[in-house]
Design a protein around this ligand. Sequence first.
Ligand code: NAP
Length: 248
Amino acid sequence: MAQLTDRIAVVTGASRGIGRAVALELARRGATVVVNYQSSADAANQVIEAIQSGGAQAMAFQADVSQEEGANNLIKAAVDTYGKIDILVNNAGTTRDNVIMLMGAADFDTVINTNLRSTWLCSKAAVRSMMRKRYGRIVNMTSISGVAGNAGQTNYSASKAGIIGLTKALAREVAARNITVNAVAPGFVLTDLTSSLPEDITKKINENIPLGRWGTVEDVAQATAFLVSDEAAYVTGHVLQVDGGMAM
Ligand code: NAP
């Protein structure tokens, strides 16, 4: 199943969790993958080793993608090394949960910058190269919190709803250049991001998932791999919920 042979992919926040699974899946399908991380160099190198032992090419690249310089350097490194960028998965993300009365403005800014600003910055940098090649696939990692809203996550839900608006606007802007822009909206997936949720909240979440289980990182990776494939050539501006039916 090497449908992504000769494709160059950049995955932000690919050292851990969902981004790691996306990087591994794209590589398994034949893509060359640039594995971005912010601080987990060892984890990123393990992803590179796993990809290379499977026979695909990969490189790790440290960059804080919430900063313009970091985002530009990441995309430039991919284009300088491999000559182009076909696929961009804007996955890097974080949370600073609290009820609004107890949430500081700094936690609002951190979440908006890490989740939304990074998506805009990396997309802007990548689209320049994609337009020249008249080919591109962008997938933005949103969340059902951005679709339905989630108490205790005004910052996170705003960032993820913003990503949905960005996805649709950019999809319209670049469609004529054969670039598609879609979003994946996971429900609850067990990663470092969700591992500290209190037991009572976890129990309540489980009761609201029609398929009766949390998602896996592979569930999200498979949906992402579809959206960057040639099979999804006529899909753009779409938000694909991978949530066990939670937000339908
Ligand atoms: P995670 O396990 O906490 O991993 C986050 C990844 O993002 C790490 O690789 C981290 O790099 C990277 N990162 C964070 N800030 C960054 C920055 N400024 N620049 C570059 N990389 C940065 O999170 P996850 O659960 O896999 O989540 C991945 C995405 O899915 C996020 O956008 C999240 O909002 C979304 N999502 C997750 C769930 C869920 O249930 N887990 C549900 C819906 C949506 P380092 O390792 O170097 O820190």
